[in-house]
Design a protein around this ligand. Sequence first.
Ligand code: HEM
Length: 447
Amino acid sequence: MPTILPTTRHELGLLWSARPAMAGLLLAGHAVAGPAVRRVPGIGWVTADPVVARAVLQDHRSFTILGEGGVGDLWTQILGDWVPDLFDGPGHHDLRSRSRELFTEASSAALVADAWGSTLADAGDAIRAGDAVDVARLARVLVGRMMVSLLGLPAPEGAGDPWPDDNSALAAFATGERLATVALGTAGSTRLSPAQIATARGIVEELTAGVPEGWKSAPPDRLLGRCRELGLGLQETTGLASLLMVAGTETSASAMMRTTALLVDTGEQHRLLARLREHAPDRDAVHLGAPAASSGSPLAGSLPAGSLPAGSLLPGEADPIENVVREGLRVTSPASVIGRGVAQDVEIGGAHLRAGERIMLLVWSANAAAGPFRADRPYVRETRQLWFGAGRHLCLGAALARAEIAALLRTLWSDGEPLRVVRRRAQRRVLIPSYVELLVARERRQS
Ligand code: HEM
């Protein structure tokens, strides 16, 4: 039986600050018993059932990402009439087949190491020195750097060297955030006003200004060069770039800061540290992965093969950090709802849906039902990885997102010391719940 409060009060506070009405819907989805699919006035059909949600995402005939209710509807209005093919038609299939190898486990690890290495090293040093680190800012800087690096955003005139500096990375992140904010208020309808469309187009142009040049001349080991080598045209590459920015910025930053807070707030950091200690290659070593090059990078799994903790890890998960990444994604579910238009009359979860209606999948509620945050929670079969969606639109950047979250957690808990939250502030009126500020520091100062 789910309890009324499925997660920490800080997490609930974040949901509430971001979108109070949505928070209410998500909590109701979690707490209210009744039919798996029901109608909510002003919203349409909703479900918090993970099995039904997955069935909707996998039934591409009956449900569409393009129609009213789906995110493709927003993109079509913003980017133009070529979007439907790229989003859901044969062009989408082609795009997905070609882009499959953009974000593999290996390429994601390399992207993270390349774009984040020095910033994470500095953050690790600060934590070890006993300083407080603002993980909310850090996550934005990191994700902003990733955007700049992925999209090859050109350095503006007079920009400092090395490019980007923290402020430029924060500016890139803020621009992506502004774009996502256009979607605020589309819970009831995905139709945008002409003013919203004009704003969104301006932001996309700003963000993708460097794409034509990058697509033409970036080396094949950069994303834009890779797109060209994979045979993606400039229009497809620009579309993909815009998509990456919106899909992969606030979501990742949100998961990074919230998983950090959850580990502290639930006390599960102690379980994580114990697991890491138990399975560390050298039991006397307190340094579990960072900082020195000699003890391995915080960007990579710190445990040698053969010393893996048994039980809750999935095949391919290198260590207990990855278990925590999976659990953090489940409990935070940054993309807390996924919308679809109903393309043809269909019966699902005992309800009869008519073509032209919309359904909202309460992904957060579906995932939260498995129970509170636990650092060693095993795989949950019902939800699988619903936080990344399912079916043909399953998150393209899932491996990158996991690598990003893992890299941050490894940095923060690298030396085996528990952390505390010094100060925090929730962000108001945003699509994806997050902190404006999340200051963390070691629980005790080093002697
Ligand atoms: C914690 C971080 C992330 C979460 C929770 C997340 C979640 C999701 C979800 C739920 C979808 C499916 C949307 C739908 O079906 O309507 C999706 C799609 C997508 N995501 Fe992510 N995402 C994350 C990070 C990223 C990153 C880092 C990137 C790339 C840089 C990315 C790129 C994409 C793209 C391109 C799609 C569209 C795929 C398609 O339509 O075929 N995401 N994501």
